[in-house]
Design a protein around this ligand. Structure first.
Ligand code: FCA
Length: 319
């Protein structure tokens, strides 16, 4: 009797085991993609490419907008509640790094960061979290070099050029892009004193517009203007501010970073604006490749070795 019940119970447990293995096998992999600024075309593009990855690889993609720290925390809870196994994130505040890492760990979620790298309490990058970003100083240098080349082509005296540095220094990738752009201009011959810091309170066009307006008000002495910043949105803000003061396209050279619809819409306008060009970076790599990497990581259970930087950006000129 004892023997029979033993056999029955072990058969039962095999059955249970079998069922759970089966359940795990058919449970689709679910990956989150959390972005800080869903209204920005760059992030729309990242989502679009993440969706392509999900269709090609056969995982479920959960897109979440998290514009604040609170929303980031609830996004991670939400992903865990819906049994996601991992996520890609571009956080609204990189200083949330330790809390994001702790929360992902508590839920057993694999995590990769994109665009903006998490930092610890002392502002150092959290290198244990896989990251895909751009080589920010290389890209900033390209923006600065392109502005200088165009100013020289127009025959401007570089001493008469005011350079609006639409900065957002609390974000390292922003600081590195704008610092390199400024250095490129100085190397080309723009006096350092002509670089005007225009810090934006938040990295969007409205805040860039406000920052650039202050810079213009305080510096009416310049004959020509140029602008650079974190992204296309920042430079568009500066361009709109110069337009508001009657500075036309022939007296303004703005070069952004991104190359998504923010820039393309500007290039589609019938008449050229002061938004002269953009340094193209790849939302395909940032959206598709990152989510595929997290998917493979979940699928194989292996280690992530995913630090990747885009070193090559392309700079298209408007004309
Ligand atoms: C940062 C910027 C975005 C984009 C991205 C690659 O997150 O805020 O506009 O340039 O890096």
């Amino acid at each position: 009797m004892k023997r029979i019940s033993l056999i029955v119970s072990s058969l039962l447990s095999i059955g249970i085991l079998f069922n759970s293995v089966l359940a795990a096998a058919v449970e689709p992999i679910k990956i989150g993609f959390v972005v800080k600024q869903p209204e920005e075309p760059w992030f729309q593009d990242e989502w679009k490419f993440a969706e392509i990855a999900s269709k090609e690889k056969g995982f479920t993609l959960v897109k979440i907008a998290a514009q604040s720290g609170e929303k980031v925390m609830s996004a991670i809870d939400n992903l865990a509640a819906q049994k996601a196994q991992g996520f890609v994130i571009c956080t609204p505040d990189v200083k949330l790094g330790p809390s994001i890492v702790a929360k992902a760990k508590a839920h057993g979620l694999k995590m990769m960061t994109v665009d903006d790298r998490l930092v610890d309490g002392s502002g150092k990058p959290i290198t244990s979290v896989p990251y895909m970003g751009i080589s920010a100083s290389n890209i900033g240098k390209q923006a600065g070099d392109s502005i200088a080349a165009e100013a020289i082509r127009r025959g401007w005296d570089l001493k008469e050029v005011g350079a609006i540095d639409v900065s957002f220094d609390q974000l390292a990738t922003s600081h590195d892009r704008t610092a390199a752009a400024a250095e490129a201009l100085v190397a080309a011959g723009v006096p350092r004193a002509n670089i005007i810091n225009a810090p934006q309170a938040k990295p969007d066009t409205e805040n860039a517009f406000n920052a650039a307006n202050i810079a213009l008000t305080k510096n009416s002495q310049f004959k020509h203007w140029v602008a650079f910043g974190l992204n296309d949105e920042a430079v568009l803000g500066a361009v709109r501010a110069t337009e508001g003061r009657g500075i036309k396209a022939d007296n303004m050279i703005g070069v952004g970073v991104g190359g998504s619809d923010s820039a393309l819409n500007e290039f589609r306008k019938p008449a050229p604006t002061g938004f002269f060009g953009t340094v193209i970076i790849s939302p395909k790599r940032h959206g598709q490749e990152t989510s595929e990497l997290v998917y493979e990581w979940v699928k194989t259970g292996g280690a992530a070795s995913i630090d990747a930087y885009q070193r090559l950006a392309r700079y298209p000129q408007r004309r």
